[in-house]
Design a protein around this ligand. Sequence first.
Ligand SMILES: Cc1cc2nc3c(=O)[nH]c(=O)nc-3n(C[C@H](O)[C@H](O)[C@H](O)COP(=O)(O)OP(=O)(O)OC[C@H]3O[C@@H](n4cnc5c(N)ncnc54)[C@H](O)[C@@H]3O)c2cc1C
Length: 418
Amino acid sequence: MNVLIIGGGIGGLTTALFLHEAGIPCRVYESAPELKALGVGINILPHAMRELAKFGVPDEMLKVGIEPLYFCFFSRHGQLIYKEPAGRFAGYDVPHISIHRGDLHQVLMDKVRHRLGDEAVVLGHRCVRIDQDAMGVTVHFEDATTGVPLPGVRGAVAIGCDGIRSRVRQQFYPDEGAPRFGGINMWRGVTRRAPFLDGRNVCRVGAIKTGKLVIYPIRNLPDGQQLVNWVAEIEREGATENDWSTPGRLEDFLPPFAAMKFDWLDIPDMLKSADTVLEYPMVDREPLPRWTFGRVTLLGDAAHPVYPRGGNGAAQAILDANAIARHLGRHPDPAVALTAYESERLPLTTKVVHASRNEPPDTIINRVEELSGGRPFQRIEDLIDRAELKAISGRYARTAGYDLDTMQRRQRGHQEKR
Ligand SMILES: Cc1cc2nc3c(=O)[nH]c(=O)nc-3n(C[C@H](O)[C@H](O)[C@H](O)COP(=O)(O)OP(=O)(O)OC[C@H]3O[C@@H](n4cnc5c(N)ncnc54)[C@H](O)[C@@H]3O)c2cc1C
């Protein structure tokens, strides 16, 4: 069975690793004509790290990324509301890693080329259509730079890993239109600066009604500084196009954060000193009733894009990759395998889409903003019980599949089976 993977992002490359591990030949077709370190920071939580551990990816990621100690939640006055340990510091057997998306992409690309060979990833091939018959699929491509049609490629199965604006998805859902904008715009950037706090925390600050920030370091620099990733979120009407290369302008997002000069971090200074600022709307898509059409299916953001506020976009793509390879390895009929993959993953990812919209971990800071009326508090315990804050974070973790109990149970199950 020869599998054609459309899209060489995080999901596509991980799918190639899992298929190869299962003994299934595959090749990745990516529209970008060359590899570039695109995007800014990304968090990979333990449920996805455990899957990547099979390929030694966490060790490579740790060489370039940062392993956070804590998730910290601060009010807009810089007061600590709540913190909880992250990854191995919380008892997981694998790390949580914050990393530049370009670094993660490079680590995965190196692994794919090392294990599958240099020919495993074909660049500059933009998928325009997929045909299928009883014996297989034909994927039609155009040259991503010139638009000139390229020869079609034949395979047994095609997997659309082509991201939030998936061409493969569009073929099956031609009337779906643009991704769904939820009324929040994001500006993402990276700033070189001295480590703040102890240089190893993922911090959420403020509240969505008045301006929210997520801040975390993603790389240690040789001069002792760090590359710090930040995301500024502001409610507003009307979305810009969701394109990871749209530059952002400081004056469009600085005002709500201009007074946030804390003893642990001067936020306006960090925003003003950014190397890169990208503007990107917070978008997802309505969960689909099905992903699989015969020998073709969807994976990752092509199947279930989520709001990026729980660290689960890339993670769910990685979990999909493991599942699809397992089912393709188990069932000789590709259509049966793809349907089994969909039955396993679609209901779970639908819950993650809804949880990321309705009760992400940010709920902690938003709740405290409401309860405090936006004023500084004397003692957080007077406003809200710590157990309630922990429960908010725990509910999201359980839905997304990374709470410690579930992961330890799964681990014990695997060990007993062996
Ligand atoms: C350039 C870029 C930068 C990003 N930066 C960040 C970031 O900084 N932080 C963050 O949290 N998330 C970022 N994301 C999103 C994040 O990577 C995904 O949400 C998540 O990893 C899910 O991965 P995916 O493989 O499903 O999708 P993606 O990682 O988006 O990968 C999709 C891939 O498909 C390719 N592709 C698209 N259309 C076609 C086509 N017709 N034919 C062939 N190939 C196609 C794209 O070039 C891309 O490589 C970025 C995505 C991209 C594409």
